[in-house]
Design a protein. Structure first.
Length: 563
């Protein structure tokens, strides 16, 4: 396979297509073909046939195999085991996999899917610092963006700034009354004033009237109030951006809610709702629940003529419909009702709805890291604590002080990113600092260490005068074969994430590669192996290095050549 031919090749998908083609008479759509720990691919179609025809599944599987015609160079063997039809890749497949990886190097895994995609994530209220839940949101969104870009898609990421809500009006009042502690990080200083004013509101509910007046004036674009709101929001966002930068998360744009009042998208929304005869206008403007089969009426404008978050969010999604083929939102599970209302209204108006990833909340082991006694645990606290623990682990290593600090920072952020992405979004997670930094377990540190080990082997090989690598599928042991097949799945996993919106699948894949590589390293001498095997195994090491490096970049994990 030449370099040009090997670009954007999805090796495992090609193999799967060949298996589907081979079984087309009994399973034309490949519905019963699955990945298996006992084979490279396995089919359960014999069980389906056996049930329909009242036969023994083992006999059916044997019969199916006896009538198969293998026309693929990539299918090496087929066997029937207890009713399962198992498929195994050929030596040629293994050789082409290594060839593709070494030829494409940093481009390995890249695809050319194309298309315009918008990913909205993080979007925390600008009334204080990001907390531990926002870490999960930001990392899910950023990882998806990295993977979509690797797939050849034109991706934009946006942070939707809630500058019109009750929280911002409260924060403005808090800063007016209590000022800002100039010794604190900007977002933390605002949070302090926000907490103080909320305590005052509990004592004196009349303050809420001031807050409501501010909201009305801001929506009506009162110049003085607009300046107060914008100044405060930008002040908080400066701090938020610092935290995101620490996490290696960058947004292409910060889109403000108030923009959709100014650009008339909110007015357009109301006109569309009126045309469909969906909206009722009394003191408040609302959509009756019965019209959309929702649990409750959906209020879109209050009695004081201010709009609600959902109103502006609907306007934002009208804009998204006009500008993007596909748009994805990352939201906490507490937004499920709002998400449902958003989607139902958009579909009723004839617009595309967003693809929403709802993630569950993050907790910490009891008593761990919380210096605010349950008020909130800021992302900055989590980052700082993780860095300090990573530094302790590296303190005795043979590095200069600057190297220790730099490596500790990279290990800390990588550990955070991996730990928050490895759990499927819909599942709650506990961030355990000790486990996240364990070099021996399934962590970012384990992946980084595996990569550093591959780099070390290759550095030593260069010193020994390593000639051109020569890989042979025929020489593969069972362990080597398993590792190479896993390396071949890189692009296939990218396609799965694109389709299923589960970035944890790629995290699971990469830890699997690291684990198989360490099994290989433990069982197979590389530099001390006979010449023929040495070149063959070095090709596996270099291919694994490429896969781990390219994969870590997609997860926002820093590839470290020394640890």
């Amino acid at each position: 396979m030449t370099t040009n031919e090997s670009k954007c090749v999805v090796m495992f998908r090609i193999f799967k297509k060949e298996v589907i083609k081979t079984l087309k008479k009994v399973d034309p759509d490949g519905k019963y073909i699955k990945e298996s720990e006992y084979a490279d691919l396995a089919s359960t179609v014999a069980f389906k046939i056996a049930k329909e025809e009242n036969k023994n599944a083992e006999e059916v599987a044997e019969n199916v195999i006896s009538h198969l015609s293998i026309e693929s160079d990539y299918i090496g063997a087929i066997e029937a085991v207890r009713g399962y039809i198992n498929f195994f890749v050929s030596s040629e497949y293994l050789e082409d996999t290594i060839s593709v990886i070494l030829d494409t190097d940093e481009n390995y895994g890249s695809l050319r899917i194309g298309g315009e995609v918008l990913i909205e994530h993080t979007s925390a209220n600008p009334d204080g610092p990001l907390h531990i839940g926002h870490i999960r949101n930001a990392i899910i969104g950023d990882t998806l963006a990295r993977i979509f870009r690797k797939a050849g898609m034109n991706v934009r990421t946006q942070y939707y700034v809630n500058d019109m809500g009750k929280q911002i009006a409260t924060a403005v009042l808090g800063v007016k009354k209590f000022g800002l502690d100039q010794n604190k990080k900007k977002d933390h200083a605002v949070a302090e004033a926000y907490i103080k004013i909320n305590k005052e509101i509990e004592k004196n509910p009349e303050i809420e009237k001031e807050m409501e007046e501010l909201m009305v004036k801001y929506e009506n674009l009162d110049e003085k109030v607009v300046e107060e709101f914008k100044s405060l929001v930008n002040f908080v966002l400066d701090g938020v951006k610092q935290t995101l930068e620490e996490l290696k998360v960058k947004h292409d744009e910060f889109v403000w809610e108030s923009d959709f009042i100014k650009n008339n998208y909110v007015n357009r929304l109301f006109r569309l709702l009126e045309e469909k005869k969906l909206i009722e206008k009394e003191e408040a403007w609302y959509i009756p629940a019965k019209k959309l089969n929702l649990e409750k009426d959906v209020v879109l404008r209050r009695k004081n003529k201010t709009t609600l978050y959902l109103t502006r969010d609907l306007a934002y999604h009208l804009w998204k419909n006009e500008n993007y083929e596909r748009f994805i939102n990352v939201l906490g599970s507490d937004h499920k009702l709002e998400g449902k209302e958003l989607c139902v209204i958009l579909e009723t108006l004839g617009f595309k709805k967003p693809e929403i990833i709802f993630f569950e909340f993050v907790s910490l082991p009891e008593g761990s890291m919380s210096t605010r006694k349950g008020v909130y645990i800021s992302a900055d606290e989590v980052i700082e604590k993780t860095y300090k623990e990573a530094y302790k682990l590296l303190k005795e290593r043979d590095f200069s002080e600057n190297e220790k600090k730099k490596i500790a920072k990279e290990v800390a952020i990588s550990s955070l990113r991996y730990d928050f992405i490895k759990v499927s979004p819909e599942k709650p997670m506990t961030f355990d600092l000790a486990q996240a930094l364990d070099f021996e377990k399934q962590t970012a540190s384990y992946i980084q260490y595996s990569y550093a080990r591959a780099c070390s082997i290759l550095r030593k090989a260069v010193k020994l005068g390593m000639p051109d690598l020569e890989f042979s599928g025929e020489l593969c042991t069972k362990t080597e074969r398993k590792l190479v097949v896993e390396l071949s799945k890189f692009s296939y996993l990218i396609e799965r994430v694109i389709n299923e919106l589960k970035p944890n699948l790629f995290a699971e894949y990469l830890i699997g590669v690291a684990s198989l590589f360490n099994d290989f390293y433990k069982d197979h001498p590389v530099l001390k192996a006979p010449s023929e095997y040495r070149m063959h195994r070095l090709a596996i090491v270099d291919s694994t290095r490429i896969v781990l490096r390219n994969g870590m970049e997609l997860l926002g994990i820093t590839p470290l050549e020394k640890m």
